[in-house]
Design a binder for this molecule. Structure first.
Ligand SMILES: Cc1cc2nc3c(=O)[nH]c(=O)nc-3n(C[C@H](O)[C@H](O)[C@H](O)COP(=O)(O)OP(=O)(O)OC[C@H]3O[C@@H](n4cnc5c(N)ncnc54)[C@H](O)[C@@H]3O)c2cc1C
Length: 428
């Protein structure tokens, strides 16, 4: 017997589960979220990359997060290759206490989502086109769609492929008289260390390596962290697996995985929460399409599957660059005013795209690296590329586009199209 009948059941109340639940509820789906732990509960991953703010805006929780008074970190002391240098970020990282941050996010869902906590799923099976899910509080929930947001736990047992060698993290916190204002990052041979002061004034540090060499040896041998080796941490260091992986099949027409249930990235970028929020937001649009626009079901599955594959591959590439010492991002090429240009016919593709709260098929431009881009900073690319006549001088295109977007922007859009080979330079 079913006690509650809903559209979507979300399993796990971390950042990805909260984000997916919030968006699905905003799109009109009835949603229940099941979280097995009582919040606030501790979690690693306290440094949030600046890109989280776009997601907070999408979720409508940016003001709430601002009011929470978390710490902003602009400065990093980085000892990666050679000397220690101070790196100043244009946009700061947000340093949070994850217990509070995750609780705050879950709280934000309560107005539109039913939360069952601390509750876990005892059994889930599909009958008559509907999930029958037995919860540990004795209720049976009927749901049209199941979202696995259980993190590394992998509730739905989806197959995962490791995308980098094994990585083990040791983590502890210290109470110190004078915690550093900067975030500290250091590389020691094949291991690296990270540390920052949390909003409550305690210092959180992690050591990363391919095996579980205990934390204190790594701290003692370091330059920036050796002072910690002489102070007792608040609790003994704990090890956790931090190996990146990707789930090859993150969605089907009845269920999907979001956040670290779908893919995990190397912690070197401090972007795991940003990636988890992004996947929850994109999955919500795909799920809304699967449930309410069945004709675009396959496009929705393809869209979210390639979101996961692309995010995992891009982060893998950035991590490899960081371990290699990092390099300056390549700028846009200068395109000579007299260059003769033609559109690359092969760059036009019809692909699944987000429009409002649904996925639908729409034109886009495929870049040389295989990314499909429909808009560049608000400029729709397919129509402007389609309007390019063969063998047109660059200055004509810039003049033509200037009236709609201004000369500087027109030149920048053209450089971008040339860089990504959507527009080809002809030989004279
Ligand atoms: C060592 C390390 C350091 C990291 N550092 C950073 C960092 O500095 N910055 C950053 O952005 N990211 C970092 N990350 C990654 C970041 O922590 C994760 O990307 C993020 O927490 C993923 O969010 P999630 O919602 O997918 O999963 P989680 O945050 O893990 O949430 C999953 C939730 O599901 C619940 N759950 C599990 N199973 C069940 C079940 N059967 N029933 C009900 N509930 C269940 C759990 O209790 C949990 O609350 C780090 C990761 C590691 C391993």
């Amino acid at each position: 017997m079913i006690d509650v009948l809903i559209d979507v059941l979300v399993i796990g109340g971390g950042p990805a589960g909260s984000a997916a639940a919030l968006r699905l509820a905003a799109m009109g789906c009835s949603v229940m979220l099941v979280e097995r732990s009582l919040f606030p509960r501790p979690h690693v991953g306290e440094s949030l990359s600046p890109g989280v703010w776009v997601h907070f805006e999408t979720l409508g929780i940016a003001r709430r997060i601002e009011r929470a008074g978390f710490r902003r970190s602009f400065d990093t002391l980085l000892r990666w290759v050679g000397e220690t240098r101070r790196v100043q970020a244009g946009r700061p990282s947000l340093i949070v206490d994850r217990a509070r941050f995750d609780a705050l996010m879950l709280d934000a869902t309560r107005a539109s989502v039913e939360i069952a906590q601390p509750v876990f799923v005892e059994q889930a099976s599909v009958r008559d086109d509907c999930w029958h899910v037995r919860l540990s509080d004795g209720r049976t929930v009927g749901a049209r769609f199941l979202v696995d947001a259980s993190g590394r736990t992998n509730f739905s047992r989806r197959a995962r492929r490791f995308t980098a060698p094994r990585l083990v993290a040791w983590h502890a916190r210290w109470r110190t008289g004078h915690p550093p204002a900067e975030t500290l990052v250091e590389r020691r041979g094949d291991r690296w260390l990270w540390g920052t002061t949390l909003p409550d004034g305690t210092f959180s540090a992690m050591t990363f390596g391919g095996d579980s060499v205990p934390m204190f040896g790594t701290l003692r041998d370091s330059t920036l962290f050796s002072w910690l080796a002489h102070i007792d941490p608040i609790e003994p260091p704990r090890a956790s697996d931090a190996t990146p992986y990707v789930c090859e099949s993150p969605i089907d027409d009845r269920s999907s995985a979001v956040g670290e249930a779908a893919f995990a990235i190397d912690p070197i970028s401090s972007s795991g929460v940003q990636a988890a929020l992004g996947s929850g937001i994109v999955a919500a649009v795909a799920i809304n399409t699967i449930l309410n626009r069945t004709e675009n079901r396959q496009a929705a599955i393809d869209f979210y599957s390639s979101h996961v594959a692309r995010a995992s591959a891009q982060h893998g590439m950035w991590a490899a660059e960081s371990y290699g010492g990092g390099h300056e991002a390549e700028g846009l090429p200068d395109v000579d005013d007299e260059a003769i240009l033609s559109a690359n016919a092969d760059a036009h593709v019809i692909v699944p795209t987000i429009r409002d709260h649904f996925i639908e098929l729409a034109p886009a431009i495929r870049t040389a690296s295989g990314n499909d881009v429909a808009f560049l900073g608000g400029t729709p690319l397919p129509p402007i590329v389609a309007s390019i006549r063969p063998r047109t001088p660059a200055r004509h295109l810039i003049e033509q586009w200037s009236s709609a977007m201004g000369r500087d922007r027109a030149a920048a859009v053209l450089s971008w199209l040339v860089k990504h080979r959507a527009v080809l330079q002809e030989r004279n």
